[in-house]
Design a protein around this ligand. Structure first.
Ligand code: NAD
Length: 516
Protein backbone atom coordinates (compact mmCIF):
# COMPACT_ATOMS: atom_id res chain seq x y z
CA UNK A 1 0.00 0.00 0.00
CA UNK A 2 1.26 3.48 -0.75
CA UNK A 3 -0.53 5.91 1.52
CA UNK A 4 -1.69 9.21 0.08
CA UNK A 5 0.44 12.23 0.90
CA UNK A 6 0.67 15.92 0.23
CA UNK A 7 1.48 14.99 -3.37
CA UNK A 8 -2.10 14.09 -4.07
CA UNK A 9 -3.12 17.73 -3.85
CA UNK A 10 -0.23 19.17 -5.93
CA UNK A 11 -1.36 21.84 -8.32
CA UNK A 12 -0.09 21.74 -11.92
CA UNK A 13 3.34 23.31 -12.30
CA UNK A 14 4.57 22.57 -8.76
CA UNK A 15 7.66 20.37 -8.59
CA UNK A 16 6.91 16.69 -7.89
CA UNK A 17 6.98 16.50 -4.10
CA UNK A 18 7.89 12.87 -3.79
CA UNK A 19 11.41 11.52 -4.17
CA UNK A 20 12.00 8.04 -5.55
CA UNK A 21 12.31 6.52 -2.10
CA UNK A 22 9.64 5.19 0.21
CA UNK A 23 9.56 4.51 3.93
CA UNK A 24 8.45 1.03 4.91
CA UNK A 25 6.49 0.81 8.14
CA UNK A 26 6.80 -2.37 10.21
CA UNK A 27 4.83 -3.49 13.26
CA UNK A 28 7.17 -3.55 16.26
CA UNK A 29 5.27 -6.46 17.83
CA UNK A 30 5.74 -8.97 15.00
CA UNK A 31 7.73 -7.22 12.28
CA UNK A 32 4.87 -7.37 9.73
CA UNK A 33 5.01 -4.82 6.90
CA UNK A 34 2.13 -2.41 7.52
CA UNK A 35 2.56 -0.07 4.59
CA UNK A 36 4.75 2.39 2.76
CA UNK A 37 4.77 6.14 2.55
CA UNK A 38 6.73 8.39 0.23
CA UNK A 39 9.77 10.27 1.47
CA UNK A 40 8.87 13.86 0.67
CA UNK A 41 11.84 15.79 -0.71
CA UNK A 42 12.89 19.31 0.30
CA UNK A 43 11.19 20.64 -2.87
CA UNK A 44 8.03 18.81 -1.90
CA UNK A 45 8.11 20.32 1.59
CA UNK A 46 8.54 23.82 0.15
CA UNK A 47 5.63 23.21 -2.24
CA UNK A 48 3.45 22.11 0.67
CA UNK A 49 4.32 25.28 2.61
CA UNK A 50 3.51 27.40 -0.46
CA UNK A 51 0.08 25.73 -0.74
CA UNK A 52 -0.42 26.16 3.00
CA UNK A 53 0.27 29.88 2.71
CA UNK A 54 -2.54 30.26 0.19
CA UNK A 55 -4.84 28.23 2.43
CA UNK A 56 -3.87 30.28 5.49
CA UNK A 57 -5.26 33.49 4.05
CA UNK A 58 -8.74 31.96 3.51
CA UNK A 59 -8.69 29.96 6.76
CA UNK A 60 -7.44 32.93 8.78
CA UNK A 61 -10.23 35.10 7.33
CA UNK A 62 -12.96 32.80 8.72
CA UNK A 63 -14.64 33.85 11.96
CA UNK A 64 -13.97 31.79 15.07
CA UNK A 65 -17.50 30.40 14.84
CA UNK A 66 -16.93 29.33 11.23
CA UNK A 67 -13.63 27.65 12.10
CA UNK A 68 -15.30 25.91 15.01
CA UNK A 69 -17.84 24.37 12.61
CA UNK A 70 -14.99 23.10 10.39
CA UNK A 71 -12.99 21.70 13.31
CA UNK A 72 -16.05 20.01 14.80
CA UNK A 73 -16.73 18.39 11.40
CA UNK A 74 -13.18 16.96 11.50
CA UNK A 75 -13.64 15.88 15.14
CA UNK A 76 -16.79 13.94 14.18
CA UNK A 77 -15.01 12.23 11.27
CA UNK A 78 -12.15 11.25 13.58
CA UNK A 79 -14.58 9.94 16.21
CA UNK A 80 -16.34 7.86 13.53
CA UNK A 81 -12.95 6.44 12.53
CA UNK A 82 -11.84 5.80 16.15
CA UNK A 83 -11.46 2.02 15.68
CA UNK A 84 -9.41 2.40 12.52
CA UNK A 85 -7.18 5.06 14.10
CA UNK A 86 -6.68 2.98 17.26
CA UNK A 87 -5.82 -0.09 15.18
CA UNK A 88 -3.21 1.88 13.20
CA UNK A 89 -1.67 3.27 16.41
CA UNK A 90 -1.69 -0.19 18.01
CA UNK A 91 0.01 -1.81 15.01
CA UNK A 92 2.52 0.96 14.20
CA UNK A 93 3.51 1.93 17.73
CA UNK A 94 3.11 -1.43 19.49
CA UNK A 95 0.97 -0.14 22.36
CA UNK A 96 -2.07 -2.15 23.53
CA UNK A 97 -5.36 -1.50 21.69
CA UNK A 98 -7.02 0.09 24.71
CA UNK A 99 -4.09 2.50 25.18
CA UNK A 100 -4.38 3.37 21.50
CA UNK A 101 -8.09 4.14 21.89
CA UNK A 102 -7.38 6.27 24.99
CA UNK A 103 -4.90 8.19 22.87
CA UNK A 104 -7.60 8.83 20.25
CA UNK A 105 -9.96 10.10 22.96
CA UNK A 106 -7.33 12.40 24.46
CA UNK A 107 -6.51 13.81 21.03
CA UNK A 108 -10.21 14.46 20.35
CA UNK A 109 -10.67 16.17 23.72
CA UNK A 110 -7.96 18.66 22.78
CA UNK A 111 -9.37 19.22 19.30
CA UNK A 112 -12.81 19.86 20.82
CA UNK A 113 -11.38 22.23 23.44
CA UNK A 114 -9.24 24.21 21.00
CA UNK A 115 -12.15 24.57 18.55
CA UNK A 116 -14.48 25.95 21.20
CA UNK A 117 -12.04 27.96 23.29
CA UNK A 118 -10.15 29.92 20.61
CA UNK A 119 -12.66 32.81 20.44
CA UNK A 120 -12.32 33.46 24.19
CA UNK A 121 -8.58 32.86 24.45
CA UNK A 122 -7.90 35.20 21.55
CA UNK A 123 -10.52 37.86 22.30
CA UNK A 124 -9.05 41.37 22.16
CA UNK A 125 -8.32 42.88 25.59
CA UNK A 126 -8.57 46.53 26.63
CA UNK A 127 -5.65 47.38 28.91
CA UNK A 128 -4.70 50.41 31.06
CA UNK A 129 -2.98 53.33 29.35
CA UNK A 130 -0.71 54.60 32.16
CA UNK A 131 0.53 58.12 31.48
CA UNK A 132 -1.29 58.37 28.15
CA UNK A 133 -4.74 59.04 29.59
CA UNK A 134 -6.05 60.23 26.21
CA UNK A 135 -5.43 56.85 24.57
CA UNK A 136 -7.28 53.57 24.25
CA UNK A 137 -4.96 50.54 24.41
CA UNK A 138 -5.83 47.11 23.05
CA UNK A 139 -4.04 43.78 22.85
CA UNK A 140 -5.33 41.66 20.00
CA UNK A 141 -4.34 38.30 18.56
CA UNK A 142 -3.98 37.31 14.91
CA UNK A 143 -2.97 34.16 13.03
CA UNK A 144 0.76 33.71 12.43
CA UNK A 145 0.25 32.09 9.00
CA UNK A 146 1.78 28.65 8.41
CA UNK A 147 2.87 26.42 11.29
CA UNK A 148 5.26 23.51 10.83
CA UNK A 149 4.60 20.64 13.24
CA UNK A 150 7.19 17.87 13.71
CA UNK A 151 6.02 14.93 15.81
CA UNK A 152 7.40 11.86 17.61
CA UNK A 153 6.32 8.20 17.51
CA UNK A 154 5.31 7.59 21.11
CA UNK A 155 1.87 9.27 20.89
CA UNK A 156 1.55 9.62 17.12
CA UNK A 157 -1.75 11.54 17.14
CA UNK A 158 -2.19 12.85 20.69
CA UNK A 159 1.13 14.67 20.70
CA UNK A 160 0.89 16.41 17.31
CA UNK A 161 -2.79 17.23 17.97
CA UNK A 162 -1.58 19.32 20.94
CA UNK A 163 -0.04 21.69 18.41
CA UNK A 164 -2.16 21.09 15.30
CA UNK A 165 -5.61 21.66 16.86
CA UNK A 166 -4.53 24.79 18.69
CA UNK A 167 -2.71 26.19 15.65
CA UNK A 168 -5.72 25.58 13.37
CA UNK A 169 -8.16 27.04 15.89
CA UNK A 170 -6.01 30.18 16.05
CA UNK A 171 -6.47 30.58 12.28
CA UNK A 172 -3.25 29.08 10.91
CA UNK A 173 -2.57 26.46 8.24
CA UNK A 174 -0.36 23.53 9.27
CA UNK A 175 2.20 21.32 7.55
CA UNK A 176 2.76 18.19 9.66
CA UNK A 177 5.83 15.91 9.56
CA UNK A 178 5.06 12.73 11.51
CA UNK A 179 7.71 10.37 12.86
CA UNK A 180 9.15 7.95 10.31
CA UNK A 181 8.16 5.11 12.68
CA UNK A 182 4.45 5.96 12.82
CA UNK A 183 3.38 7.85 9.67
CA UNK A 184 0.32 5.78 8.69
CA UNK A 185 -1.99 7.05 11.41
CA UNK A 186 -0.89 10.61 10.56
CA UNK A 187 -1.75 10.06 6.90
CA UNK A 188 -5.22 8.84 7.91
CA UNK A 189 -5.90 11.69 10.28
CA UNK A 190 -4.83 14.31 7.74
CA UNK A 191 -6.89 12.61 5.00
CA UNK A 192 -9.97 12.99 7.21
CA UNK A 193 -9.14 16.66 7.80
CA UNK A 194 -8.82 17.29 4.09
CA UNK A 195 -12.29 15.80 3.57
CA UNK A 196 -13.77 17.76 6.48
CA UNK A 197 -12.40 21.23 5.73
CA UNK A 198 -13.91 23.49 3.11
CA UNK A 199 -10.52 25.17 2.56
CA UNK A 200 -8.05 22.85 0.77
CA UNK A 201 -4.50 22.38 2.08
CA UNK A 202 -5.20 23.84 5.54
CA UNK A 203 -3.64 20.70 7.02
CA UNK A 204 -1.10 18.75 4.98
CA UNK A 205 1.29 15.95 5.78
CA UNK A 206 4.87 15.51 4.57
CA UNK A 207 6.14 12.03 5.34
CA UNK A 208 9.79 11.13 5.70
CA UNK A 209 12.58 10.94 8.26
CA UNK A 210 15.02 13.54 9.69
CA UNK A 211 15.88 15.22 6.36
CA UNK A 212 12.18 15.89 5.63
CA UNK A 213 11.88 17.47 9.09
CA UNK A 214 15.05 19.47 8.50
CA UNK A 215 13.57 20.71 5.20
CA UNK A 216 10.44 21.88 7.03
CA UNK A 217 12.63 23.99 9.35
CA UNK A 218 14.04 25.76 6.26
CA UNK A 219 10.82 26.06 4.24
CA UNK A 220 9.71 29.47 5.49
CA UNK A 221 7.07 28.53 8.06
CA UNK A 222 6.01 31.23 10.53
CA UNK A 223 6.57 28.99 13.56
CA UNK A 224 7.93 25.49 14.08
CA UNK A 225 6.34 23.36 16.80
CA UNK A 226 8.70 20.50 17.57
CA UNK A 227 8.02 17.49 19.80
CA UNK A 228 10.80 14.97 20.17
CA UNK A 229 14.14 14.36 21.85
CA UNK A 230 16.28 17.10 23.36
CA UNK A 231 19.14 16.23 20.97
CA UNK A 232 16.98 16.69 17.84
CA UNK A 233 15.32 19.76 19.38
CA UNK A 234 18.73 21.47 19.50
CA UNK A 235 19.28 20.71 15.79
CA UNK A 236 15.84 22.08 14.94
CA UNK A 237 16.51 25.28 16.90
CA UNK A 238 19.87 25.73 15.19
CA UNK A 239 18.25 25.27 11.74
CA UNK A 240 15.48 27.73 12.59
CA UNK A 241 17.97 30.31 13.91
CA UNK A 242 19.11 31.09 10.34
CA UNK A 243 15.72 32.55 9.45
CA UNK A 244 14.74 33.60 13.00
CA UNK A 245 11.82 31.19 12.73
CA UNK A 246 10.28 31.02 16.22
CA UNK A 247 10.18 27.57 17.78
CA UNK A 248 8.10 25.73 20.35
CA UNK A 249 10.07 22.95 22.00
CA UNK A 250 8.35 19.95 23.65
CA UNK A 251 11.29 17.72 24.56
CA UNK A 252 12.28 14.84 26.79
CA UNK A 253 11.85 14.41 30.52
CA UNK A 254 13.11 12.56 33.59
CA UNK A 255 9.99 12.95 35.67
CA UNK A 256 10.33 12.46 39.42
CA UNK A 257 7.67 11.20 41.81
CA UNK A 258 7.91 12.20 45.48
CA UNK A 259 6.14 10.05 48.05
CA UNK A 260 5.96 11.83 51.41
CA UNK A 261 5.65 9.86 54.65
CA UNK A 262 1.99 10.88 55.12
CA UNK A 263 1.03 9.60 51.62
CA UNK A 264 -1.55 6.89 50.98
CA UNK A 265 1.04 4.18 50.25
CA UNK A 266 -1.21 1.83 48.28
CA UNK A 267 -2.59 4.61 46.08
CA UNK A 268 0.91 6.01 45.48
CA UNK A 269 2.33 2.59 44.55
CA UNK A 270 -0.52 1.79 42.16
CA UNK A 271 -0.16 5.20 40.50
CA UNK A 272 3.62 4.76 40.27
CA UNK A 273 3.22 1.48 38.41
CA UNK A 274 0.76 3.03 35.97
CA UNK A 275 2.80 6.24 35.55
CA UNK A 276 6.01 4.35 34.83
CA UNK A 277 4.60 1.58 32.65
CA UNK A 278 1.74 3.07 30.65
CA UNK A 279 2.61 3.38 26.96
CA UNK A 280 5.35 0.84 27.78
CA UNK A 281 7.17 3.62 29.62
CA UNK A 282 7.53 5.54 26.37
CA UNK A 283 5.85 8.75 27.48
CA UNK A 284 7.64 12.07 27.83
CA UNK A 285 5.80 12.39 31.17
CA UNK A 286 6.48 8.81 32.35
CA UNK A 287 7.47 8.48 35.98
CA UNK A 288 11.21 7.84 35.62
CA UNK A 289 12.47 8.04 39.24
CA UNK A 290 10.73 7.72 42.59
CA UNK A 291 11.85 9.21 45.92
CA UNK A 292 10.11 7.63 48.92
CA UNK A 293 10.23 8.74 52.56
CA UNK A 294 12.11 6.19 54.70
CA UNK A 295 9.27 5.29 57.12
CA UNK A 296 7.03 4.02 54.29
CA UNK A 297 9.74 2.87 51.88
CA UNK A 298 9.51 -0.90 52.53
CA UNK A 299 5.72 -0.96 52.30
CA UNK A 300 5.82 1.10 49.10
CA UNK A 301 8.41 -1.16 47.43
CA UNK A 302 6.49 -4.33 48.38
CA UNK A 303 3.28 -2.91 46.96
CA UNK A 304 4.98 -1.81 43.72
CA UNK A 305 6.49 -5.28 43.24
CA UNK A 306 3.11 -6.89 43.92
CA UNK A 307 1.36 -4.58 41.43
CA UNK A 308 4.04 -5.11 38.76
CA UNK A 309 3.54 -8.88 39.07
CA UNK A 310 -0.06 -8.33 37.89
CA UNK A 311 0.96 -6.36 34.79
CA UNK A 312 0.42 -8.31 31.58
CA UNK A 313 2.95 -7.83 28.79
CA UNK A 314 1.86 -8.28 25.16
CA UNK A 315 -1.30 -9.87 23.81
CA UNK A 316 -4.57 -8.22 22.93
CA UNK A 317 -5.49 -7.46 26.52
CA UNK A 318 -1.95 -6.58 27.69
CA UNK A 319 -1.15 -3.54 29.82
CA UNK A 320 2.30 -3.12 28.31
CA UNK A 321 3.01 -3.59 24.62
CA UNK A 322 6.04 -3.91 22.37
CA UNK A 323 8.68 -1.21 22.45
CA UNK A 324 8.26 0.84 19.28
CA UNK A 325 11.83 0.51 18.01
CA UNK A 326 14.89 -1.71 18.37
CA UNK A 327 16.94 1.43 19.03
CA UNK A 328 14.79 2.22 22.08
CA UNK A 329 15.13 -1.37 23.35
CA UNK A 330 18.90 -0.86 23.09
CA UNK A 331 18.79 2.34 25.20
CA UNK A 332 16.71 0.70 27.94
CA UNK A 333 18.98 -2.40 27.99
CA UNK A 334 22.04 -0.17 28.26
CA UNK A 335 20.50 1.74 31.21
CA UNK A 336 19.58 -1.49 32.99
CA UNK A 337 23.00 -3.07 32.48
CA UNK A 338 24.72 0.10 33.67
CA UNK A 339 22.54 0.15 36.81
CA UNK A 340 23.18 -3.52 37.61
CA UNK A 341 26.93 -3.10 37.00
CA UNK A 342 26.98 -0.21 39.50
CA UNK A 343 25.15 -2.11 42.20
CA UNK A 344 21.40 -1.69 41.63
CA UNK A 345 19.22 -4.58 42.82
CA UNK A 346 16.59 -5.96 40.40
CA UNK A 347 13.27 -6.82 42.10
CA UNK A 348 11.39 -7.57 38.86
CA UNK A 349 12.29 -7.79 35.17
CA UNK A 350 15.84 -6.64 34.48
CA UNK A 351 18.24 -6.63 31.52
CA UNK A 352 17.99 -10.39 31.07
CA UNK A 353 14.19 -10.27 30.77
CA UNK A 354 14.14 -8.68 27.30
CA UNK A 355 12.79 -10.77 24.42
CA UNK A 356 12.77 -9.14 21.00
CA UNK A 357 10.97 -5.80 21.36
CA UNK A 358 9.28 -6.82 24.63
CA UNK A 359 10.76 -5.67 27.94
CA UNK A 360 9.43 -7.08 31.22
CA UNK A 361 8.47 -4.29 33.64
CA UNK A 362 11.53 -3.74 35.77
CA UNK A 363 11.77 -2.57 39.40
CA UNK A 364 15.16 -1.35 40.61
CA UNK A 365 16.27 -0.39 44.14
CA UNK A 366 19.68 0.62 45.56
CA UNK A 367 20.03 3.00 42.64
CA UNK A 368 22.37 6.00 42.78
CA UNK A 369 22.14 9.40 41.12
CA UNK A 370 25.12 8.74 38.83
CA UNK A 371 23.47 5.74 37.13
CA UNK A 372 22.12 6.36 33.61
CA UNK A 373 18.72 5.12 34.74
CA UNK A 374 18.57 8.00 37.25
CA UNK A 375 20.13 10.76 35.13
CA UNK A 376 19.14 10.22 31.47
CA UNK A 377 15.73 9.70 29.88
CA UNK A 378 15.22 5.89 29.87
CA UNK A 379 11.87 5.85 28.00
CA UNK A 380 10.99 2.27 28.88
CA UNK A 381 9.05 0.19 31.46
CA UNK A 382 11.46 0.78 34.35
CA UNK A 383 10.76 1.84 37.97
CA UNK A 384 13.84 2.96 39.94
CA UNK A 385 13.02 3.59 43.63
CA UNK A 386 15.14 5.61 46.08
CA UNK A 387 14.80 5.79 49.88
CA UNK A 388 15.12 9.35 51.24
CA UNK A 389 15.46 10.60 54.81
CA UNK A 390 13.13 13.58 54.37
CA UNK A 391 10.83 15.37 51.97
CA UNK A 392 13.49 18.06 51.70
CA UNK A 393 15.98 15.47 50.43
CA UNK A 394 13.38 14.18 47.96
CA UNK A 395 12.79 17.70 46.62
CA UNK A 396 16.51 18.44 46.38
CA UNK A 397 17.21 15.22 44.45
CA UNK A 398 14.07 15.53 42.29
CA UNK A 399 15.19 19.03 41.26
CA UNK A 400 18.82 18.04 40.60
CA UNK A 401 18.26 17.48 36.88
CA UNK A 402 18.63 19.40 33.64
CA UNK A 403 15.09 18.30 32.67
CA UNK A 404 11.82 19.74 34.00
CA UNK A 405 8.73 18.41 32.23
CA UNK A 406 6.20 16.56 34.43
CA UNK A 407 6.34 15.34 38.01
CA UNK A 408 4.11 13.99 40.73
CA UNK A 409 3.78 14.35 44.47
CA UNK A 410 1.93 12.12 46.93
CA UNK A 411 1.18 13.33 50.45
CA UNK A 412 -1.14 15.49 52.49
CA UNK A 413 0.82 18.68 51.70
CA UNK A 414 0.98 17.77 48.02
CA UNK A 415 0.15 21.17 46.52
CA UNK A 416 2.70 22.92 48.74
CA UNK A 417 5.41 20.47 47.66
CA UNK A 418 4.27 20.65 44.03
CA UNK A 419 5.00 24.38 43.92
CA UNK A 420 8.62 23.62 44.83
CA UNK A 421 9.24 21.02 42.11
CA UNK A 422 11.20 22.53 39.20
CA UNK A 423 9.01 21.28 36.37
CA UNK A 424 6.37 22.60 34.01
CA UNK A 425 3.66 20.32 35.42
CA UNK A 426 2.93 18.42 38.63
CA UNK A 427 0.16 15.95 39.44
CA UNK A 428 -0.79 15.85 43.13
CA UNK A 429 -1.90 12.47 44.51
CA UNK A 430 -2.11 11.31 40.89
CA UNK A 431 0.11 10.93 37.85
CA UNK A 432 0.05 12.55 34.40
CA UNK A 433 -3.45 14.03 34.92
CA UNK A 434 -2.30 17.49 33.78
CA UNK A 435 -2.00 16.20 30.19
CA UNK A 436 -5.68 15.22 30.08
CA UNK A 437 -7.00 18.52 31.48
CA UNK A 438 -7.43 20.47 28.30
CA UNK A 439 -7.36 23.92 29.96
CA UNK A 440 -3.95 23.35 31.56
CA UNK A 441 -0.86 24.51 29.68
CA UNK A 442 1.53 21.66 28.83
CA UNK A 443 5.30 22.09 28.56
CA UNK A 444 8.59 22.09 30.37
CA UNK A 445 11.68 23.98 31.43
CA UNK A 446 15.41 23.39 30.89
CA UNK A 447 16.24 20.43 28.65
CA UNK A 448 12.51 19.65 28.45
CA UNK A 449 11.98 22.70 26.25
CA UNK A 450 9.92 25.87 26.33
CA UNK A 451 6.63 27.28 25.13
CA UNK A 452 3.27 25.73 25.94
CA UNK A 453 0.66 23.66 24.13
CA UNK A 454 -2.92 23.06 25.44
CA UNK A 455 -5.08 25.58 27.29
CA UNK A 456 -5.29 29.29 26.51
CA UNK A 457 -1.50 29.61 26.48
CA UNK A 458 -1.40 26.84 23.89
CA UNK A 459 -3.77 28.79 21.63
CA UNK A 460 -1.80 32.03 22.08
CA UNK A 461 1.44 30.22 21.17
CA UNK A 462 0.09 30.19 17.62
CA UNK A 463 -1.03 33.82 17.50
CA UNK A 464 0.71 37.09 16.73
CA UNK A 465 0.19 39.55 19.54
CA UNK A 466 -0.69 43.03 18.33
CA UNK A 467 -0.54 46.07 20.61
CA UNK A 468 -2.69 49.00 19.43
CA UNK A 469 -2.56 52.51 20.91
CA UNK A 470 -5.45 54.70 19.68
CA UNK A 471 -5.51 58.40 20.50
CA UNK A 472 -9.05 59.36 21.50
CA UNK A 473 -8.64 63.11 22.18
CA UNK A 474 -5.79 65.67 22.18
CA UNK A 475 -4.02 67.02 25.31
CA UNK A 476 -1.97 70.26 25.63
CA UNK A 477 1.20 68.22 26.07
CA UNK A 478 1.54 65.61 23.36
CA UNK A 479 4.47 63.32 24.10
CA UNK A 480 4.41 62.06 20.53
CA UNK A 481 5.20 65.46 19.01
CA UNK A 482 8.09 67.96 18.74
CA UNK A 483 5.57 70.82 19.09
CA UNK A 484 5.58 71.52 22.80
CA UNK A 485 4.68 74.60 24.91
CA UNK A 486 7.63 76.80 26.01
CA UNK A 487 7.43 75.62 29.62
CA UNK A 488 7.14 71.91 28.63
CA UNK A 489 10.27 70.96 30.60
CA UNK A 490 8.99 72.46 33.87
CA UNK A 491 5.52 70.95 33.38
CA UNK A 492 7.00 67.53 32.68
CA UNK A 493 9.23 67.75 35.77
CA UNK A 494 6.17 68.72 37.83
CA UNK A 495 4.28 65.69 36.46
CA UNK A 496 7.14 63.34 37.32
CA UNK A 497 7.13 64.59 40.92
CA UNK A 498 3.35 64.41 41.21
CA UNK A 499 3.01 60.96 39.69
CA UNK A 500 6.15 59.20 40.90
CA UNK A 501 7.60 61.26 43.77
CA UNK A 502 6.51 61.27 47.43
CA UNK A 503 3.79 63.93 47.02
CA UNK A 504 0.08 63.53 47.79
CA UNK A 505 -1.01 62.65 44.22
CA UNK A 506 1.60 59.85 44.03
CA UNK A 507 0.53 58.58 47.46
CA UNK A 508 -3.13 58.36 46.42
CA UNK A 509 -2.10 56.72 43.15
CA UNK A 510 0.10 54.19 44.99
CA UNK A 511 -2.73 53.31 47.37
CA UNK A 512 -5.19 52.93 44.49
CA UNK A 513 -2.67 50.88 42.51
CA UNK A 514 -2.44 48.39 45.34
CA UNK A 515 -6.23 48.15 45.55
CA UNK A 516 -6.79 47.66 41.83
P1 NAD B 1 13.28 12.33 17.75
O1 NAD B 1 13.90 13.57 18.25
O2 NAD B 1 14.15 11.22 17.34
O3 NAD B 1 12.35 12.62 16.48
C1 NAD B 1 11.27 13.52 16.54
C2 NAD B 1 10.94 14.00 15.15
O4 NAD B 1 12.01 14.80 14.65
C3 NAD B 1 10.73 12.89 14.13
O5 NAD B 1 9.62 13.21 13.33
C4 NAD B 1 12.01 12.92 13.32
O6 NAD B 1 11.88 12.43 12.02
C5 NAD B 1 12.32 14.40 13.33
N1 NAD B 1 13.72 14.75 13.05
C6 NAD B 1 14.83 14.01 13.20
N2 NAD B 1 15.92 14.72 12.86
C7 NAD B 1 15.49 15.94 12.49
C8 NAD B 1 16.13 17.13 12.06
N3 NAD B 1 17.47 17.20 11.93
N4 NAD B 1 15.39 18.21 11.79
C9 NAD B 1 14.05 18.17 11.93
N5 NAD B 1 13.37 17.07 12.33
C10 NAD B 1 14.09 15.97 12.61
O7 NAD B 1 12.25 11.90 18.88
P2 NAD B 1 11.41 10.57 18.95
O8 NAD B 1 12.38 9.47 19.27
O9 NAD B 1 10.52 10.46 17.77
O10 NAD B 1 10.45 10.84 20.20
C11 NAD B 1 10.81 10.53 21.50
C12 NAD B 1 11.24 11.79 22.23
O11 NAD B 1 10.19 12.73 22.18
C13 NAD B 1 11.47 11.54 23.71
O12 NAD B 1 12.62 12.23 24.13
C14 NAD B 1 10.22 12.11 24.37
O13 NAD B 1 10.42 12.49 25.71
C15 NAD B 1 9.94 13.26 23.48
N6 NAD B 1 8.54 13.67 23.60
C16 NAD B 1 8.26 14.86 24.20
C17 NAD B 1 6.93 15.26 24.37
C18 NAD B 1 6.60 16.58 25.03
O14 NAD B 1 5.48 17.03 24.87
N7 NAD B 1 7.51 17.23 25.73
C19 NAD B 1 5.89 14.45 23.91
C20 NAD B 1 6.21 13.25 23.31
C21 NAD B 1 7.53 12.86 23.15
Amino acid sequence: MVAPTASSSSSPGTPPPIGPEVLRVHAPADGALLGEVPIVSAAGVTAAVTRARAAASSWGALTYAEREVELVRWRRALADAADELAELIHRENGKPRLDALVEVMMALSHLDHAAKRAAKALAPEKVGTGILANFRATVSYHPLGVIGVIGPWNYPIFTPMGSIAYALAAGNAVVFKPSELTPLVGVKFVELAQKAFSVPDVLQIVTGAGPTGAALCKAGVDKLAFTGSTATGKKVMAACADTLTPVLMELGGKDPMIVAEDADVDAAAEAAVFGALTNTGQACISIERIYVAAPIYDRFVDKVVAEVAKVKVGGDDGHVGAMTSKAQVGIVKDHLEDAVRRGAKVLAGGPDAIVGNFIQPTVLVDVTDDMKVMADETFGPVIPIVKVASTEEALRRANATSFGLGSSVFGKRGKELADRVKAGMTAVNSVMAFSAITSLPFGGVGDSGFGRIHGDQGIREFARTKATAEQTFALPINMMSFRQPANAYERMRGMIKQLYGAGPVAKVKDALGRLL
